[in-house]
Design a binder for this molecule. Structure first.
Ligand code: GDP
Ligand code: MG
Length: 609
C-alpha cells in the first residue's frame, strides 16, 4: 500500500511543478483531489515539533513567538536504503544531507518572501525528504493562530493567518492534525475551534495533545485522551515533544523518542493508553488513514484525470496539428490544407454548399435581360435602316438587293451583343471570387496559418483572373464569329420578290420607299433575333467551359507548381503560426503528458487492487 502514497506524492509534485495549484488554473486539478495532512493550532502549541517527530528529524525552525511564517508543504518519501536527504522545489537538484542546513534554508526562504519582519506569506515552501526512516506522507506546517498582533505586525495579521490556515484545511481532502497543548484549557484551543468550523462532524480531524509533560502537578490528560472531555471521531493521541531546554541541549530525535516511549509506559495514569500514544504511533496512524482515504478517492481521481485529458485533447485538436519540422513534411501539410480548401470550394460550385446557384442566375436572368435591353427593333427602325442602306450604297445605289446594307445592319446589331456577353463573364467571375472568400473562411486549417491563408487566396484570385481573360476572349470570339459570316440559308429561303424588288411599281428610283425599308428591317431583325437566341445559349457554355469548369479543375495548380520550387525556409514562412497558438499548444501538450502519465500510474494502482 505504500505504492499508493508514493503515487500520490508523485502526482502532487508533478502538479505543483506545472503551477497546478488549483487557484489560478481554469482546469480541474489533481491537487484538489489528493489528500494531505495539515497541522493547525495556536502559536507555540507544538505544531512544528509534532511534524518533526513524525519525520524523525530535526529540521524545522522552532521556538517561541511567530517562527513559522509561510506554509511548508513537506513530502516524506520512504527510500529502501541510502543516506537520507532533503530537496527544496525552489532549489532543484540540490541535495541537503545536513538537516541544520535545511532548517536554515527554510528560515532564509521565509525571509526572502516576507523580509526579516514578522510578516506572514501564503506562498508555500515545498520540501521533500527522502529517507529509509519515514513513512510516505505529505504534511503541511502552517503558521500558528494568534489572538493579537505584536510589535511590527499589522493589525490584520490575526485574521490573515486564520484565513490562510482555513484556506488549507477547508479543502475536503485535507486531513487535519489539530494540535492542542495539554497545559492549556482545551476550551481555549484554537485548533479545536477552527477545525470544528471546517469539519463539524470530525470526519477528518485528529486531535493531538502536546506538552503533556508540562501539565501542572496533580492534573492529567486522561479524560481528554480517552475522549471523555471532548469527543472526536478518532481517538486522541498524546505526545511528548522536546522542550526548549532539550532543543538547546541538542537532545537528538532518537533519544527524544525513547524518552517519550518511556514516559507513557512508566506514567501510572497513561500506562493503559501507552500502545496508542506517542509520535511513532501518530505517524503510523496517519499513514494508515491516508491510504484508506486515497483508496476511496481513486475512482474520483481517475474520472477527473480522464475528464481533463478529454478536455485537453479536444482543445489541442481545435488548435490543429503542430507544424512538421522538415521541408517534405511542411510541403505535405500545405498540400493537405490546400486540398481541404479545394474540396470545400468545389462543394460550393456543386451545390453541396450554397453559392453555386448564383452562376445559373446569371445565365437565366442577367444575360437574357441584358440582351433584351439591346432593343434590336429600335436599332432597326426604318430611319436607321434607311440611313445605313443609303450609306452603304454610296454614290451607286444597289441594283437588285442591298447586300452591303444588309451586312452593315446585321453587323451593327450583333456587335452590341459583346456588351452583355462581357458582363456575363464578369458577373460569373465575381461569383467565383466570392466563393473563394467563403471557402477560405470555411477551411478551419487555414485559420491557423495567416500567411498561407493570404497566399492561397491570392493564388486562387490570380487563377480566376486568368480564367476570366481566356473566357472573355472565347466568348467575344463567338459573337465576332457571328458577325463575320452570315447564315446563307436564312436569306435564300426568303420570298424572292423582296430581294429583287419584284413589285412592278417599284422603280429603281423609289427603292428607298417605306414599305421596302420596313421589309428589310423586319428581315434583319428576324436574323439578328435568331443569332441572339443562339448566343444566349452558347455564351453560358463558353463561360462554364472556360471559368467554372476550370476553377473546379485547376484553381490551385499554378500555386502547387510554385510551391514545389520553394525552399524549406519559404515553406516555413507560409506556416508561420500565431506564436500565441504555438505556445498554448506546447503548454497543453506538456500538461496532457503529465495527465497521461498520471493516468497510467493510477490505472496501474487501481487494477492491482
Ligand atoms: P509551533 O509554534 O506550534 O510550531 O510550536 P513549536 O513546535 O515551535 O514549539 C514551541 C515550543 O514548545 C518549543 O520551544 C518546543 O520545544 C516546546 N514544546 C513543544 N512541544 C512540547 C512538549 O510536548 N513538551 C515540552 N516540554 N515542550 C514542548
Ligand atoms: Mg511552527
Amino acid at each position: 500500500m505504500e505504492n499508493l502514497i508514493s503515487l500520490v506524492n508523485k502526482l502532487q509534485r508533478a502538479c505543483t511543478a506545472l503551477g497546478d495549484h488549483g487557484e489560478e488554473s481554469a482546469l480541474p486539478t489533481l491537487w484538489d483531489s489528493l489528500p494531505a495532512i495539515a497541522v493547525v493550532g495556536g502559536q507555540s502549541s507544538g505544531k512544528s515539533s509534532v511534524l518533526e517527530s513524525i519525520v524523525g528529524k530535526d529540521f524545522l525552525p522552532r521556538g517561541s513567538g511567530i517562527v513559522t511564517r509561510r506554509p511548508l508543504v513537506l513530502q516524506l518519501h520512504k527510500i529502501e536504503e541510502g543516506r537520507e536527504y532533503a530537496e527544496f522545489m525552489h532549489l532543484p537538484r540540490k541535495k541537503f544531507t545536513d538537516f541544520a542546513q535545511v532548517r536554515k534554508e527554510i528560515a532564509d526562504e521565509t525571509d526572502r518572501e516576507t523580509g526579516r519582519s514578522k510578516q506572514i506569506s501564503s506562498v508555500p515552501i515545498h520540501l521533500s525528504i527522502y529517507s529509509p526512516n519515514v513513512v510516505n506522507l505529505t504534511l503541511i506546517d502552517l503558521p500558528g493562530l494568534t489572538k493579537v498582533a505584536v510589535e511590527g505586525q499589522p493589525d490584520s495579521i490575526v485574521q490573515d493567518i486564520e484565513n490562510m490556515v482555513r484556506s488549507y484545511i477547508e479543502k475536503p481532502n485535507c486531513i487535519i492534525l489539530a494540535i492542542s497543548p495539554a497545559n492549556q484549557d482545551l476550551a481555549t484551543s484554537d485548533a479545536i475551534k477552527i477545525s470544528r468550523e471546517v469539519d463539524p462532524k470530525g470526519e477528518r480531524t485528529f486531535g493531538v495533545l502536546t506538552k503533556i509533560d508540562l501539565m501542572d502537578k496533580g492534573t492529567d490528560a486522561v479524560d481528554i485522551l480517552e475522549g471523555k472531555a471532548y469527543k472526536l471521531q478518532y481517538p486522541w493521541i498524546g505526545v511528548v515533544n522536546r522542550s526548549q531546554a532539550d532543543i538547546n541541549k541538542s537532545v537528538d530525535m532518537i533519544a527524544a523518542r525513547r524518552r517519550e516511549r518511556e514516559y507513557f509506559a512508566n506514567s501510572p495514569e497513561y500506562k493503559h493508553l501507552a500502545h496508542r500514544m506517542g509520535s511513532e504511533h501518530l505517524g503510523k496512524m496517519m499513514s494508515k488513514h491516508l491510504e484508506q482515504v486515497i483508496k476511496s478517492r481513486i475512482p474520483g481521481i481517475q474520472s477527473l484525470i480522464n475528464k481533463s485529458i478529454a478536455e485537453l485533447e479536444s482543445e489541442l485538436s481545435r488548435l490543429g496539428k503542430p507544424i512538421a519540422a522538415d521541408a517534405g513534411g511542411k510541403l505535405y501539410m500545405i498540400m493537405e490544407i490546400c486540398r481541404v480548401f479545394d474540396q470545400i470550394y468545389k462543394e460550393h460550385l456543386d451545390g453541396v454548399r450554397p453559392g453555386g446557384e448564383k452562376v445559373y442566375n446569371v445565365f437565366d436572368n442577367q444575360l437574357p435581360a441584358a440582351l433584351k435591353r439591346l432593343q434590336f427593333d429600335k436599332q432597326l427602325s426604318m430611319e436607321n435602316v434607311r440611313k445605313l442602306i443609303t450609306e452603304a450604297d454610296g454614290y451607286q445605289p444597289h441594283l437588285i438587293a442591298p447586300e452591303q446594307g444588309y451586312r452593315r445592319l446585321i453587323e451593327s446589331s450583333l456587335v452590341s451583343i459583346r456588351g452583355p456577353a462581357e458582363a456575363a463573364v464578369d458577373a460569373v467571375h465575381a461569383i467565383l471570387k466570392e466563393l473563394v472568400h467563403k471557402a477560405i473562411n470555411e477551411t478551419l486549417e487555414l485559420k491557423q496559418y495567416p500567411s498561407l491563408r493570404v497566399e492561397v487566396g491570392n493564388a486562387a484570385f490570380d487563377s480566376l483572373d486568368r480564367m476570366k481573360e481566356s473566357s472573355k476572349k472565347a466568348t467575344l470570339q463567338m459573337v465576332d464569329m457571328e458577325c463575320s459570316y452570315l447564315t446563307v440559308d436564312f436569306f435564300r429561303k426568303l420570298p424572292q420578290d423582296v430581294e429583287k424588288g419584284g413589285n412592278p411599281t417599284h422603280s429603281i428610283f423609289d427603292r428607298y420607299n417605306d414599305s421596302y425599308l420596313r421589309r428589310i428591317g423586319t428581315t434583319v431583325l428576324a436574323y439578328v433575333n435568331m443569332v441572339c437566341a443562339s448566343l444566349r445559349n452558347s455564351i453560358p457554355k463558353s463561360i462554364v467551359y472556360c471559368q467554372v469548369r476550370e476553377a473546379k479543375r485547376s484553381l490551385l495548380d499554378h500555386f502547387f507548381t510554385e510551391l514545389g520550387k520553394k525552399e524549406s525556409k519559404q515553406l516555413a514562412s507560409l506556416l508561420d503560426e500565431d506564436p500565441a497558438v504555438m505556445e498554448r499548444r506546447t503548454a497543453l501538450a506538456k500538461r496532457l503528458e503529465l495527465y497521461r502519465s498520471a493516468q497510467a500510474e493510477i490505472d496501474a494502482v487501481a487494477w492491482a487492487k
